[in-house]
Design a protein around this ligand. Structure first.
Ligand SMILES: NC(=O)c1ccc[n+]([C@@H]2O[C@H](COP(=O)([O-])OP(=O)(O)OC[C@H]3O[C@@H](n4cnc5c(N)ncnc54)[C@H](O)[C@@H]3O)[C@@H](O)[C@H]2O)c1
Length: 123
């Protein structure tokens, strides 16, 4: 029988209620090692990044630090500041090939969250 050469897409299922975040999938979450979170400085991404770091994964964040969400000075953005220092942060855009290629180096899972929703600032 001929084997398919297509790679399986990675999937992560996170349940988030209040201040508690639980990784539901994959069950053996230690299989995830090098995780890129695009838009990872945002409301969901920053919490997820800290959760994954605490679970022992390597986390790379690619985020444009949109002023609409983080203000004119990202250094004073509470969401950006909440990122664990162990996160490898790349300021850039998913729409820029060079930024994306830099962020993807050595990564096995991508969690894609870029948006202009600004959920955190509305709360
Ligand atoms: N927050 C919620 O309750 C909720 C619920 C359901 C779905 N979602 C979805 O999850 C995603 C993330 O939501 P959120 O609340 O974290 O959003 P958010 O607005 O807080 O964060 C989005 C992040 O994406 C970044 N970004 C914007 N454009 C970018 C680009 N071109 N390249 C890289 N980064 C970029 C921003 O700077 C920001 O840090 C959105 O698609 C949203 O619709 C959110």
């Amino acid at each position: 029988m001929r084997r398919s050469k297509r790679r399986r897409a990675a999937a992560v299922v996170i349940s988030y209620t209040g201040s508690r975040m639980v990784c539901l999938w994959p069950p053996e979450s230690n299989k995830l090692k090098n995780i890129l979170i695009t838009g990872g400085a945002g409301f969901i991404g920053s919490r997820l990044a800290n959760h994954l770091i605490a679970s022992g994964h390597r986390v790379i964040v690619l985020d444009i630090l949109s002023p609409q969400i983080h203000g004119a000075d990202p250094a004073s953005s509470p969401l950006f500041r909440s990122l664990d220092r162990r996160v490898e942060f790349i300021r850039g855009s998913v729409t820029q090939r060079t930024d994306l290629m830099q962020a993807l180096a050595g990564v096995d899972t991508v969690i894609h969250l870029p948006a202009e929703t600004g959920t955190g600032q509305s709360m």
